[in-house]
Design a protein around this ligand. Structure first.
Ligand code: SF4
Length: 362
C-alpha cells in the first residue's frame, strides 16, 4: 500500500474515536503500534510530518500497510497497545518502557546467595518478582544498604562467586579473599569467602524479606540497642547516627506497606462506556493487573456470568505482598497511572473482595 493509498484509507474510514493502529512493512513485520483517543486526527498527523527525519515520517516510509482497531475507550486503547507491543515488539516502539523507567523496583536476585537489587523499570527479567513500584531509586538504595549492613547481606555484583562454609569442595579449593571490605568491617556475613553456611545466609535473607513484608521487626532490635547504649554513654553523636539508620529502615518498611495497600486497592471491576451501550466493556482488575474482560453486562444473566468469572479469578490464590511478577510490571504501572490521572474514573469501579486467606508466595 503506497503512502497515498494509506492516506486515502484514513480519510475514508478513520473516525475520531479511541483505538490502536499498527503499521506493517512490505515483508510483514509490524514496525509500529500506537494508540489514540482520536484515531483519525492521530493517523492524519503522520501524513503531515514536516521533516524526513521525523519519527512519523520514517515509520510511514517503511510502512506498506496501515490498520486500526476501534476500542470502547482510551483505557481500552492503552491496554491493547501495551499488550500488542509486548507481543509483537515493534522496533519503532523503543519508548515502550519509558514510563517504567521513572519507577524503581526491588528485585530479588537468583542464585545461592540472593540479594536485593534496585532496578529502574522492570528490567529484563520477565520471570522474576519485583517489589514496587517505588519513586526515588537513590533513597531506596540507601535504605536497602542499611538493611544489608544490619543483617550482613551481600550487595556485591551478581556474578561475584560465592563459596559457603558447607561446600564440600572447599577442602580442595585455594583460600579466597573477599571481593570487598564489607566482610572485614563486619557488614557482610562473607558468603564469598566461606565465612557462613548457606542455610545461615538464607535465614538472614528471610529475616530481611519478612521485615520488608511487615512481618518481623528483628533488624531494628540491634540498632535500637546500640542507640540506647550510645545514649547511656553520653555518645549522642553515635546515638543520632543510629536514630537516622532506624528512621531509614522504618521509612523503607512503610514504603513497602504503602505499595501493598496500593496494590490491594487496585482490585475492582471497571466498566468503561463505549460509543453505543452495547460497546461498553468491563475489566476485572486484581492487584493492578487486568485479569479478565468482557462486554459490560446488560441483563441479570450477564451480570451473574460476570460474578462467576470474578469468583473463579478470586479462587486463585496469590501473594498479598508488595510484589509484581516481572512480566506484569508494565501493566500495573499503566493501570495505576490511568487512575491517578483520571481519578473520576474510580466512580466506574466496583471493589472486589480479595480472599483473606490468600497465601504468601515467597
Ligand atoms: S564481602 Fe563478599 S559477599 Fe559480601 S558484599 Fe563483599 S564481595 Fe559480596
Amino acid at each position: 500500500m503506497r503512502i497515498d493509498n494509506m492516506l486515502a484509507l484514513v480519510k475514508d474510514g478513520a473516525r475520531d474515536v479511541p483505538g490502536v493502529y499498527r503499521m506493517t512493512s512490505a515483508d510483514g513485520e509490524v514496525i509500529y503500534v500506537g494508540k489514540s483517543k482520536v484515531l483519525r486526527t492521530r493517523l492524519l498527523s503522520y501524513f503531515r510530518a514536516q521533516f524526513p527525519r521525523d519519527k512519523g515520517a520514517r515509520i510511514l516510509r517503511e510502512a506498506a500497510t496501515l490498520e486500526w482497531e476501534v476500542l470502547p475507550s482510551e483505557f481500552s486503547a492503552l491496554l491493547r497497545e501495551l499488550r500488542l507491543i509486548k507481543l509483537l515488539r515493534p522496533r519503532y516502539n523503543v519508548a515502550m518502557k519509558r514510563d517504567a523507567r521513572y519507577h524503581a523496583f526491588v528485585r530479588v536476585s537468583r542464585g545461592p546467595a540472593p540479594r536485593f537489587q534496585v532496578v529502574r523499570g522492570a528490567g529484563t527479567d520477565e520471570t522474576g518478582t519485583y517489589y514496587g513500584p517505588f519513586r526515588g531509586a537513590l533513597q531506596l538504595e540507601e535504605a536497602l544498604r542499611e538493611l544489608n549492613d544490619v543483617l550482613g547481606l551481600r550487595d556485591c555484583r551478581l556474578d561475584q562467586p560465592m563459596h559457603f562454609a558447607d561446600q564440600p569442595e572447599l577442602l580442595t579449593l585455594p583460600s579466597r579473599t573477599p571481593g570487598c571490605i564489607r566482610h572485614e568491617i563486619g557488614k557482610c556475613l562473607g558468603p564469598c569467602v566461606a565465612a557462613v553456611r548457606e542455610d545461615e545466609y538464607l535465614a538472614r535473607f528471610r529475616v530481611a524479606k519478612a521485615f520488608l513484608e511487615g512481618a518481623d521487626d528483628a533488624p531494628l532490635g540491634p540498632l535500637r540497642a546500640q542507640m540506647e547504649a550510645s545514649s547511656d554513654a553520653l555518645d549522642f553523636e553515635r546515638a543520632a547516627v543510629m536514630r537516622d539508620k532506624i528512621r531509614r529502615l522504618e521509612s523503607l518498611r512503610e514504603q513497602f506497606a504503602r505499595i501493598r495497600f496500593a496494590l490491594e486497592s487496585l482490585s475492582f471491576t471497571y466498566a468503561v462506556k463505549g460509543e453505543r451501550p452495547e460497546d461498553g466493556r468491563t475489566y476485572v482488575v486484581r492487584r493492578g493487573r487486568v485479569r479478565d474482560e468482557c462486554p459490560t453486562p446488560r441483563t441479570a444473566a450477564e451480570r451473574r456470568a460476570l460474578d462467576q468469572r470474578v469468583a473463579a479469578l478470586l479462587a486463585q490464590q496469590e501473594s498479598r505482598q508488595a510484589t509484581v511478577p516481572g512480566h506484569e510490571v508494565d501493566e500495573v504501572l499503566l493501570v495505576a497511572a490511568w487512575f491517578r490521572k483520571h481519578p473520576k474514573e474510580l466512580k466506574r469501579t466496583t471493589p472486589i473482595e480479595l480472599p483473606v486467606d490468600s497465601e504468601l508466595i515467597a
